[in-house]
Design a protein around this ligand. Sequence first.
Ligand SMILES: Cc1ncc(COP(=O)(O)O)c(C=O)c1O
Length: 449
Amino acid sequence: MPAEGDVMATTPDEMKSSSPKKGEDILYDPWCDPKNPRVINFQDVSAAAFKIKAGIMNTPCTRSHMSSITDIEIYFKKEFNQYTGSFKERGARYTLLMLTDEQKKNGVIAASAGNHALALSYHGQDLGIPVTVVMPLVAPIMKVQACRQYGANIVVKGNDIGECREIALKMAKDQGLLYINGYDHPHILAGQGTMGLEIVEQVKDIDAVVIPVGGGGLIAGVALAVKALYPHIKVIGVESERCASFSEAMKAGQPVYVKAESTLADGLAVPKVGVNAFATAANLVDKVVTVREEWIAIAILRLVECEKAVVEGAGATALAAILAGELPELKGKRIVIPLCGGNIDTTVLGRCLERGLAADGRLVKFTVTVSDRPGGIAELTRLLANLGVSIKDMMHERAWIKSDIFSVEVKVIAETRDYEHAKVLKGALESHYTKLRFVNPDQIHSDDC
Ligand SMILES: Cc1ncc(COP(=O)(O)O)c(C=O)c1O
């Protein structure tokens, strides 16, 4: 392992020595070598902060409207305001700026379906450095097009990010391009760490920072920056329970593969954390927790409603952990949460909002059998209207039901004010009708902001 303080600029010599040698594994990435993990240090982060200043936004870090309802003084670092919608620009720009002249001329390559691709494409164009990104066949078309608009050469190939990586590493070798791992290249880590420097400058007397974890680059950089200046600040990582690769790495003492299931926090679905990220972060992270999908949906909903912020699943995960009650020790404390990205598909956003409302008990579904004589359905709708419940959808079923011929099964989707209101509705339906199936909200209680 290189000693802390190693200068990490890409020198031509290093480039030569770090290129795969003859007979060496073609998929070997010399910058992210499991046998030789690199630990970045504070100087790397401060150098990055100085270098990227001109091209990166110092995003606002403001007190949240949710502070009173959570009993935690929350500040949000609004990284979704970066030009391409995420913090990934920090590491991308720094890595591009650190290339040798030859590398700048030849260009770089990456494998990414999202924010790293956008960040690299945009800053590559800004700095006049050719960028190639291999994006999976399932990558959202909007993101593919945005990268092309930023002038990048986009190769849409590979079923998942693992296959894209293989393709990109082979292309890197064949075409003399530098492969940039979006969560583990040491300069990426240093660049992401600049967010930590801004946070401690913007908010005084912080007790903890709560950071979403995918490949671990963000938490590694931020933990390093924050702990170097204020060792007492707790650094807490949050993962989706569908891909708890950092938690597993902590248990194993090294990065290990976990199964990555599809998650709303797609930016966090990295099955094995980075070797450099883990080596840098492992001793600095105080705790890692996981969150369930429904809490991520609720966090996205709360951010829209309370903060007027559109945040993607990965970016909302840290707030999700707070709302889920995973971090009770933070009550009464002052914390900072980065809202790391805003790149969420409009259709996915719509689904998240609906799931969030359903989990809140504000969108309910029930099936009730009512009289099919004149006035039967009117009686049902009157009951709902009297309770202030608004019908969103209603479907009638006559052919396949077994109850008497003069009855109809009505499936209703309705809006209620909150979980308590949904319970009142359920009670009223139970006392009026004998045949009722009420889909219970997940017992997740909500608070208004
Ligand atoms: C919005 C967002 N938040 C958090 C992360 C996690 O960053 P890292 O992979 O460095 O842990 C990502 C990664 O892509 C992301 O896109």
